[in-house]
Design a protein around this ligand. Structure first.
Ligand code: NAD
Length: 751
């Protein structure tokens, strides 16, 4: 018999005294802690507390396939306005978890699928945790990625379960654990064979587990740790050493205050007065939520959700008119990008056919694909079963005829217009009439490529620009030509989302969005190298700014030849971009292709990379280096950072002016996901908002006088500086054409 507590929580007592608490967020595909779920759980837990002797065990389980709990409702957290409101939410959650912890009947969290944030905090409040060995099962406390710390007792209960060392690692990185790792750490007590929680086999296994608990046969195994881990976790001195080491390791990351707060909270979890830790956790959460870092990261999270909705990018289309996720995907070219794209599609359950040029290229492509999959298996990024299934979905061919029943073809061959056009001509001929043809080009015009096909095909053609490395980069630019249909965009957004990536739809302009905004920055770094600035110093300054790597390190990673191609394609739309383009071209001709040739801006032949000395002597005139600083209005940047970052910010405004994308948040999200642009700053346009359009423009003008026309302010900036407006301050509106009473750009109040 089921008893509805509310629309999110149901109680199901069984004849053998077990009570299931079923979690099922109303109208959502995953469980989240919104007010409905909290109401339901509070009522359920009060009912259990009042009737404890009626039950032998209580099991919390989810009705959602592949999800125990996705965590708190981040959208509603992002909307909280005052510390008072935040404290109320945190206190409520802490109290609920404490009530679960206080129950005298044994409680079990039956985790099948993702178990994140508040979901893991609930599981930690239970007496036991069992997890399915499904590929979807992952446990994490990812709050740090939003600039926060776990607020519902996670920092207090986790160290007691798995020790300080592993807790510091999990909470400070926010990384997720697969079930076997969670078992090894003692975070889960048993792994059960895969079966959705609501099916009988799972119930039978749970019953066996419950019996062993009730009979006293079950002893959680926490003795698997080595001596050092035991010393660090169990002795006072060891714990102090671990905490001090964590502080030292994170001391330079001042932009992420949540790290130090989380370390302090974990330290307090070991204090004899347990309340002080919970109190600190609550207050730290409220303090952190309104820091610029957390606000930026929460904003990006909300934007990412927005980007995954097809209606953000195209008109509403009835589901009947939109094709389902492709069953069969052809990938043309099994090189660096093609291999990554095809593997991703196969992992998500699609049939994949790789088409290569000839038998010899096919052999290398096949070896590349197999080696990537094997490495993923070794790293345990995929299970043995997923590896087997993936392999069984992948085929290889050299014939276009074998692709005829594909729903979509993704082309990833050489970056040459004629080669791509020839591929498109063949695809147009072989594939069914409504199949989508997509190009992964990073610098060519998709419109131009599409002219190789018949006019009936053009609405089904778009760019699908993945970033390298495909498995790690979150962003995919979907490039819309004038002819691309709404249905095509809709289907591609669905496909990208299914592949676990975030789409940004751009217009078919040179460099699309990310490369276009990024290149002026890379170009400026090259100008500086030519002027004699030190290569490592340029990179160091940008890492200090918050970039994952410096611009010259990035160029080496991308490949100097590829960067030279992109530079060439942008010549017509970027001021003074010839010099860096020529420089890159010369480097490529000299064979300095970056990391792949072991030499680029750096020499990679020794153990530690060193600046390329030949390059250095050919350009350096150290006495000419001039770093100006004093004349500028305050913007929180060093002179080198200002010179390198301002081109990104200015180009971002140019892209809005030219409608490469429609709204400021799209630029910001794309730059953070596509280039790692310091996430705590929220993106280039958010950064202009925090500097102020007026001082930013004034500094740009100064740079223009010092270094040239490439620093000329974008039109939109003049407009904004005059009216003293911000990109992210006004309510959503369609883009206005030079109507001075309306915002210049379409913004979104929530984004
Ligand atoms: P790559 O040289 O590693 O691979 C290209 C593959 O295409 C090779 O295996 C080649 O044998 C195959 N090929 C060539 N002509 C073919 C044909 N007619 N039919 C079938 N196969 C053919 O190149 P890559 O780095 O994977 O780049 C592929 C595309 O992706 C390019 O358009 C590039 O601009 C774009 N891209 C590359 C990166 C990157 O960082 N490498 C990033 C984003 C986009």
């Amino acid at each position: 018999m089921h008893q509805n507590v509310n629309r999110n929580v149901t109680l199901q007592p069984t004849t053998d005294g077990v009570l299931y608490v079923w979690l099922d967020s109303e109208l959502r595909s995953v469980n989240v802690f919104d007010s409905g779920m909290l109401d339901g759980l509070e009522s359920a837990v009060s009912h259990i507390a009042a009737n404890e002797n009626r039950y032998s065990t209580v099991i919390f389980a989810s009705r959602k396939a592949g999800c125990f709990f996705a965590g708190a409702d981040v959208h509603s957290i992002a909307r909280l306005q005052s510390a008072h409101e935040v404290l109320a939410v945190v206190e409520r959650g802490q109290k609920l978890m404490q009530c679960i912890d206080d129950l005298s009947v044994p409680t079990i969290a039956a985790i099948d699928g993702m178990c994140m944030g508040g979901g893991l905090e609930l599981a930690l409040a239970c007496t036991y945790r069992v997890a399915s060995n499904s590929d979807a099962t992952r446990l994490s406390l990812p709050e740090i990625k939003l600039g926060l710390l776990p607020g519902w007792g996670g920092t207090q209960r986790l160290p007691k379960k798995i020790g300080v060392v592993a807790s510091l690692d999990l909470i400070l990185t926010g990384r997720s654990l697969r079930p076997n790792k969670a078992l090894a750490l003692g975070l889960v007590d048993q792994i059960l064979d895969v079966a959705p929680a609501f099916q009988t086999p799972w119930h039978d296994q749970l019953t066996t587990f419950v019996d062993s608990v009730v009979d006293g046969r079950f002893h959680p195994d926490d003795r698997r740790r080595d001596l050092l881990a035991r010393f660090l976790n169990t002795t006072r001195l060891g714990r102090r050493v671990a905490i001090r080491a964590a502080r030292k390791k994170t001391s330079k990351q001042k932009q992420y205050p949540a790290l130090q707060e989380a370390i302090k909270a974990i330290e307090l979890s070991l204090a004899s007065d347990s309340n002080s830790g919970y109190e600190f956790e609550r207050e730290a959460f409220a303090r952190l939520l309104f820091t610029p870092t957390a606000q930026s990261l929460l904003g990006l999270f909300v934007q990412q959700d927005q980007a995954k909705k097809a209606t953000t990018w195209c008109e509403f289309i009835s589901p009947l008119e939109v094709a389902a996720i492709p069953r069969k995907v052809s990938v043309i070219g099994a090189g660096t990008m093609g291999a990554g794209i095809g593997i991703l599609a196969a992992k998500k359950g699609m049939q994949v056919v790789f088409k290569e040029l000839d038998e010899s290229a096919l052999k290398s492509g096949q070896a590349r694909v197999e080696s990537i999959l094997d490495k993923q298996l070794q790293r345990t990024a995929i299970s043995a079963e997923a590896h087997r299934q993936c392999n069984s979905r992948i085929q290889f061919t050299t014939k276009f005829q074998d692709l005829d029943d594909s729903d979509i073809a993704i082309e990833a061959v050489l970056e040459m217009n004629e080669v791509k056009q020839s591929v498109f001509r063949n695809l147009d001929h072989e594939l069914q009439r409504d199949a989508i043809l997509a190009s992964n080009t990073s610098s060519l015009s998709v419109t131009q490529i599409s002219t190789a096909t018949g006019s009936h095909r053009r609405p089904r053609i778009a760019g699908l620009h993945f970033f390298n490395p495909v498995d790690r980069m979150q962003l995919v630019e979907i490039v819309r030509t004038e002819a691309t249909s709404e249905e095509t965009i809709h289907e591609l957004v669905q496909l990208v989302r299914t592949m676990g990536k975030t789409p940004i739809v751009t217009s078919d302009k040179p460099g699309f969005l990310v490369n276009r905004v990024l290149f002026p920055y890379l170009g400026e770094a090259i100008h500086m190298v030519q002027e004699g600035f030190s290569i490592p110093a340029i990179d160091r300054e940008m890492r200090n700014f918050g970039m994952p790597m410096g611009p010259l390190e990035l160029l080496d990673q991308v490949g100097i030849d590829i960067a030279a191609h992109v530079a060439q394609s942008l010549l017509d739309c970027l001021y003074e971009s010839e010099a860096p383009a020529v420089f890159l071209h010369k480097m490529a001709q000299a064979g300095w292709l970056g990391k792949k040739s072991k030499c680029g801006f750096y020499d990679y032949n020794k153990k530690r990379k060193a600046p390329n000395r030949q390059l250095r002597t050919s350009v350096a005139k150290a006495d000419k280096v001039r770093v100006a600083g004093d004349e500028f209005l305050e913007d929180g940047l060093s002179p080198v950072q200002r010179r390198l970052v301002y081109p990104i910010l200015n180009e971002a405004v140019h892209c809005l002016d030219e409608a490469v994308v429609q709204a400021p948040w799209m630029v910001d999200l794309a730059m953070v996901l596509g280039t790692g642009f310091a996430p705590f700053r929220g993106g280039p346009l958010k950064m202009i908002d925090s500097i102020g359009a007026k001082p930013f423009k004034s500094n740009l003008t100064m740079l223009e006088h010092m270094h040239g026309a490439r620093f000329k302010a974008a039109d939109g900036l003049g407009w904004m500086a005059k009216r003293n407006t911000k990109f992210f301050s006004f309510v959503s509106n369609p883009p206005a054409k030079e109507n001075h009473n309306e915002p210049r750009y379409r913004t979104h109040s929530q984004l």
